[in-house]
Design a protein around this ligand. Sequence first.
Ligand SMILES: C[S@@+](CC[C@H](N)C(=O)[O-])C[C@H]1O[C@@H](n2cnc3c(N)ncnc32)[C@H](O)[C@@H]1O
Length: 251
Amino acid sequence: MTGAGRVSLVGAGPGDPDLLTLRGARRLGEADLVLYDALASERMRPLAPRARWFYVGKRACRNSIDQDVLNRLMIKHASRGRHVVRLKCGDPFVFGRGGEEVLALSDAGVPVEVVPGLSTATAAPALAGIPVTHRGVAHDFTVVSGHLPPGHPDLLTDWDAVARLHGTLLLMMAVENAPAIADALLAGGRKPETPVAVVCDGSMPGERTVLSTLGSLAGDLERDEVQPPAIIVVGDVVAVARPEHYNDRRG
Ligand SMILES: C[S@@+](CC[C@H](N)C(=O)[O-])C[C@H]1O[C@@H](n2cnc3c(N)ncnc32)[C@H](O)[C@@H]1O
């Protein structure tokens, strides 16, 4: 153990250890215990050689360990003087419940720091060669969750308002509901020929990019058997990317 207990919420980035920040790597090296989820890559284990690793099993925001239980686990180990690293995919504060964890730890008097990570919202498109903004094409981008919390059968977002935005849309946790989201965007006025790229497993060995359009997205996802995790990029910036950047292209 290294002195007083504390918790570091470390953003792991998209998964490749090369894309972790230097501070994140340093915190892993100092850790006594690493609590990680499915998308925070196990490939980072060598960076925390003396820590115990404990899987807390979150995938696409579906918690297999209750958030309260997880908070209590962090509090318990930090209270025993351990340095706990809570390793979260991407950036801890982007759809990562990092804010809730910081509040719970602060309320319990546990010292906590946040180490930002590369959010997959922009990192996955960048890895696929897609600029989320591009002069003359898109001057803003919007990150939207496509996930429906349990008990919410309807899409929570005002998709009419989202459809009216001119910039790039970056949809996270959206593979499952992509057909409904595409319909909602089309109903809101986006054109069926709007370019779409689905960047799957960004930075991971199986990384690939599926090109589509809003009108054909549902069929293309099914045809290419697209599985999460993926970032769905909607907008003309998709057409800016040079084909040689894609690992996989539509036939
Ligand atoms: C619970 S959210 C966490 C987001 C994370 N905090 C971030 O900043 O990237 C999980 C979603 O992140 C995206 N994601 C995570 N890892 C990814 C990867 N390697 N490639 C593409 N998308 C990824 C997917 O949209 C996935 O459904």
